[in-house]
Design a protein around this ligand. Structure first.
Ligand code: CP
Length: 305
């Protein structure tokens, strides 16, 4: 990989995405064998800098770095000098002065990781910035699909839920279309960005149209923390008219898989039966998350080994 940073899949080439997925597949095989002591990041320092809550992303970046022998520091903005008024740029300069090799950042403002990347010598990985991108999530989703189906090209991927506020939807759209998949999207009009078709998505008029013949059915969380009033009447009505249930899923291909980046609003985007059912790959996505983040961290730093 030639890039200094991983800020989004809009700017990553198909070749770079494939290189990450190839290595991610190998890392996942090692994790399945319970191999959690590798030398790839020995002598390197990785800091996670989170201005928003996280369970999966922060924890899996930490484990990925530790499994490969890195020193890891975790900073939550809520308990750091950010609370004393320190700017992102000054925080970045401080972390750079400490000789960090990689900074993994989550921030509520789109573009914050780019600003940090322009400030620091360390490699910067975007762990989710506002409504912009969440590249490592899309890469782990793609790894999960590739492992199940043997490839990405030609897959029909239906993404349903709060697409407007979703950085996961955008990163998946960029990554999946670069590798030759068809990405269908369905949401209430109030939760669908107007230009999403110009970005390569096939916008569907109903959940049935989106799911019909799909290989992958991905639910997206209704982001209650980012909603303005009136986007939909209630969670109950969202589930009834826009959510994916067993009846809707019957239109997908027989070997289709159900995915969700998490955290899930159970019974809203997907029914509990689908979340816990045989077609669900939600827990497998979590394992893919560590594997793909191991691949990202190694590929960013390997030239310096
Ligand atoms: N999918 C995801 O980003 O989850 P977290 O918010 O728990 O990191």
């Amino acid at each position: 990989m030639t890039q200094k940073d991983v800020l989004g899949l809009r700017d990553l080439s198909a070749a770079d995405i494939t290189e990450i997925l190839d290595l991610g597949m190998n890392m996942k095989k090692l994790l399945r064998q319970n191999i959690k002591k590798l030398p790839h990041l020995q002598g390197k320092s990785v800091t996670t800098l989170f201005y928003e809550n996280s369970t999966r992303t922060r924890c899996s970046f930490e484990l990925a770095a530790k499994y490969m022998g890195a020193h890891v520091v975790n900073i939550a903005a809520a308990t750091s000098s950010v609370q004393k008024g320190e700017t992102l740029v000054d925080t970045g300069k401080t972390l750079d002065a400490m000789r960090n090799d990689v900074i993994v950042i989550r921030h509520p403002m789109g573009g914050a990781p780019k600003l940090l990347a322009e400030t620091v010598k360390a490699h910067v990985v975007n762990a989710g910035d506002g409504m912009n991108e969440h590249p490592s999530q899309a890469l782990l989703d793609m790894l999960t699909m590739r492992e199940h189906f043997g490839g990405i090209a030609g897959l029909k991927v239906a993404i349903l839920g709060d697409i407007s506020h979703s950085r996961v939807a955008k990163s998946n759209l960029f990554g999946l279309t670069k590798l030759g998949a068809e990405v269908r999207m369905f949401a209430p009009r109030t939760l669908l960005p107007t230009a999403i078709d110009k970005m390569g998505a096939k916008v569907c008029a109903s959940r049935e149209e989106a799911v019909s013949g799909a290989d992958v059915v991905m639910g997206l969380r209704i982001q209650l923390e980012r909603q303005h009033a009136g986007n939909f009447p209630s969670l109950g009505e969202y589930a009834k008219y826009y959510g994916v249930n067993e009846g809707v899923l019957r239109a997908a291909k027989p070997n289709a898989i159900v995915m969700h980046p998490g955290p899930v609003n159970r019974g809203v985007e997907l029914t509990s039966a689908l979340i816990d059912g045989d077609m669900s790959r939600i827990e497998d996505q979590v394992l893919s998350g560590i594997a793909v983040r191991m691949a990202i961290l190694f590929l960013l730093t390997k030239e310096e080994v």
